[in-house]
Design a protein around this ligand. Structure first.
Ligand code: DC
Length: 233
């Protein structure tokens, strides 16, 4: 694992199934960065809503979010909500269905974004989600936007779910992905879009390793160049 000597922020956005989480996790390992899965935080808030039966009471949920404690452990692999490990709960079909509606509430986003920016101040980081390159870290050192065709994204999600023995069909996974895309892209606050200065990567037909290697090469090339310019200057 390489260790980056300077404070670096890498922000990455893209739709569901574009490969962001797997890629970001591997880049984090290769470069010795902290990995921030921002979607997991909105999922944890959704668990909070379910636990407190406040899915339909947004004011109550906003108050709960302001006082809740969300923490990552094991370099982003585990997420704790008020000291409870909810890493498995955040991936249930119930949460999948509700999360986009929770994530569209501006007051909830405001609290979560503050928390993410604080994590970013603490050390070098790779953060992925829907608004990391545009809202959370608009001045990130590196910005990437990952995408892939709906069919490819559905196939990847379906394979993941099959591996977890979840009973579903490719057709229903594709429909769920399309519905989530629609919600993420058309919502009023912080819709999913590529930042103008983000490097776009179409991952259709590419392996995870190819995408990871491309990002690591971009980052190390620029950091080495900056370092050389600094030494020469
Ligand atoms: O990446 P994911 O599938 O775990 O994200 C779960 C939901 O949270 C998804 O509907 C989009 C939303 N989300 C968001 O609004 N902003 C982010 N930065 C990350 C996720």
């Amino acid at each position: 694992m390489k260790q980056i000597g300077v404070h670096v922020t890498i922000a990455m956005d893209g739709p569901a199934g574009s490969g962001k989480s797997t890629v970001a996790r591997l880049v984090a390992e290769k470069l010795g960065l902290l990995y921030l899965d921002s979607g997991a935080m909105y999922r944890a808030v959704t668990v909070l809503a379910i636990q407190n039966e406040s899915e339909n009471d947004i004011s109550k949920l906003i108050a709960l979010v302001k006082t809740c404690h969300i923490e990552f452990k094991d370099n982003g692999k585990k997420i704790f909500l008020n000291s409870e490990d909810v890493s498995v709960q955040i991936r249930t079909p119930e949460v999948n269905k509700l999360v986009a509606d929770v994530a569209k509430v501006p007051e909830i986003r405001h609290e979560i974004v503050k928390h993410q920016q604080k994590i970013g101040e603490e050390g070098s980081i790779i953060a992925e989600g829907r608004d990391l390159t545009t809202i959370v870290f608009p001045d990130a050192d590196f910005k990437f936007y990952l995408d892939a065709s709906v069919k490819e994204r559905a196939k990847r999600r379906f394979a993941e779910l099959q591996a977890q023995n979840v009973d579903t069909t490719l057709r229903s996974v594709e429909a769920e992905i399309k519905a989530r895309d629609e919600k993420d892209i058309s919502r009023e606050h912080s819709p999913l879009r590529a930042a103008k200065d983000a490097i776009r990567i179409d991952t259709t037909g590419k392996t995870i390793e190819e995408v990871v290697d491309f990002i690591v090469a971009q980052v190390t090339f620029k950091l080495t160049k900056d370092q050389n310019n600094y030494t020469e200057g």
